[in-house]
Design a protein around this ligand. Structure first.
Ligand code: GDP
Ligand code: MG
Length: 450
């Protein structure tokens, strides 16, 4: 996965003071590959990687982060921004601010999910915004399509305005609008016909409906699975219709979500909703952070964080935390306990590879190298076992002669004892910082909502 690949690159960049043209090359190549694998269109990939590079070269590497870690967070941040995270909240939300009925026009290719989305959107508006919703189908080519809208509208609890295949789309629209006004509907959702590919007659029809209805929202409905093709379709629809937003469907499938990035870039319009299933409840407002994580394949970071938390003995962790709170610090007994728990989680080195910046920082601070992670932990435990209870509780007591005694007891050179005491100091420091929002930053990076 990309996470693993990036972690590897992060490691090779350890110890370098800043991000340069040279050391960012490999990293950017991995990012480019990930985007292409996620079906992001090539021109969009180029633009985004250039943007990331530009930001990265200007970025200062602060504190104990290494350039690789900084780069990973830039990638995540820029992708989120480009996909819509940089837009004000208001522009990402549905706009119904007009004299009712607020008209919503759905356009897109056949099979994109327009009719299903009409039902989902109706349900969402009824449940979340307490709106009175009317739906109508201007798809006069397929009787089944009109029937389908009727079915989903009933499931959604919306009223359905009937139409027939011998009517003209504009006449249907006029009649539905008149009905909606007379019966004080808040919202009128207009479903349109699509074709399998771009077709002049379809575009003209949609454009005529748009000119007549002057909808407050015109959504381009697009299947997330189409990948590269999305870019051309989106271009045409954006040229011919005054689009106000995008609804990305079938995000529940295997697609990595690259279409989101392409469509957003090509149209410049915000993605407002996503479809996440065939049923009407498979619908949600768009979350740029989550989509960016999906594109980058960072979902496994979330899983890892869960693994780690579930593996640590909750009782013991709580005891340690309580003691730290009371005394304001860890003692070496706590440190020993933590080491034992780390061993229980599997090898440190395998963990480090998967961890994002905030946690790698903590791991790097303990000077863990790949080969001897487990041995180091066992040694640490051995050293602490050679200490007296007083020494474990008050490590500051440990001066030269005590160090020699402890080292001899553990069968190790004195430097090892010094190293452990240093690690202990650093651990205390990291713990302090974790408490100051380190962990929440990590979870945010992982894209999850906790
Ligand atoms: P339209 O031709 O644009 O009106 O597309 P439809 O609404 O008829 O949908 C085409 C197919 O895609 C149907 O089989 C839907 O059940 C399916 N579909 C629509 N939205 C989603 C979605 O978000 N997830 C999944 N898995 N299937 C969807
Ligand atoms: Mg349809």
């Amino acid at each position: 996965t990309l996470t693993q690949r990036l972690a590897k690159v992060v490691k090779t960049m350890r110890g370098q003071a800043r991000i340069t043209e040279e050391n960012s090359k490999e990293m950017l190549r991995e990012v480019r590959l990930a985007l292409l694998e996620a079906d992001v269109a090539l021109p969009v990939v180029r633009e985004l990687t250039n943007r990331i590079k530009e930001k990265a070269l200007g970025e200062e590497v602060v504190g104990s982060l290494n350039p690789g870690q900084v780069l990973v967070s830039i990638v995540q941040r820029e992708l989120t921004a480009v996909i819509g995270g940089d837009l004000p909240e208001k522009e990402r939300e549905i706009n119904l601010a007009c004299t009712p009925p607020a008209i919503i026009l759905l356009a897109g290719l056949q099979g994109a999910g327009k009719t299903t989305t009409a039902g989902k959107l109706a349900r969402w508006l009824i449940r979340n915004q307490k709106k009175k919703v009317l739906t109508v189908s201007a798809d006069v080519y397929r009787p089944a399509a009109i029937e389908q809208l009727k079915t989903v509208s009933e499931q959604a609890g919306a009223e359905f305005f009937p139409s027939t295949t011998d009517q003209k789309p504009l006449d249907i629209a006029a009649a539905a609008l008149d009905y909606a006004k007379r019966h004080f509907f808040d919202v009128l959702i207009v479903d349109t016909a699509g074709r399998l590919s771009i077709d002049e007659r379809m575009m003209q029809e949609a454009s005529d409906l748009s000119a007549f209805l002057k909808p407050i929202e015109t959504f381009f409905v697009v299947d997330a699975m189409v990948g590269q093709d999305a870019i051309n379709t989106a271009k045409v629809f954006n040229d011919r219709l005054p689009l106000t937003g995008i609804i990305l469907t079938k995000v529940d499938g295997d697609s990595r979500g690259g279409a989101a990035l392409s469509v957003r870039q090509v149209t410049g319009k915000p993605i407002k909703f996503i479809g996440t299933g065939e049923k009407l409840d498979g619908f949600d407002t768009f979350n740029p952070e989550a989509m960016a994580s999906r594109i980058l394949g960072m979902g496994d970071i979330v899983a890892l964080v869960r693994d780690v938390t579930s593996n640590i003995d909750a009782e013991k962790a709580k005891k340690i935390a309580d003691r730290v709170r009371k005394s304001g610090r860890l003692d070496l007994n706590d440190f020993r306990e933590q080491m034992i728990q780390m061993r229980g989680m599997g090898s440190m080195s395998s963990l480090i590879d998967k961890l994002p910046a905030a946690m790698q920082e903590a791991a790097a601070k303990q000077n863990v190298s790949d080969a001897d992670a487990d041995r180091m932990i066992r040694r640490t435990i051995g050293i602490i076992d050679s200490m007296t209870p007083a020494e474990r509780h008050h490590p500051e007591l440990i001066k030269a002669s005590r160090k020699r005694r402890i080292a001899a007891g553990a069968g190790l050179p004195v430097q090892e004892v010094n190293k452990l005491l240093k690690q202990y100091d650093q651990m205390t420091e990291v713990m302090k910082r974790m408490k100051k929002g380190g962990l929440s930053k990590l979870l945010r990076m992982a894209g999850g909502r906790f």
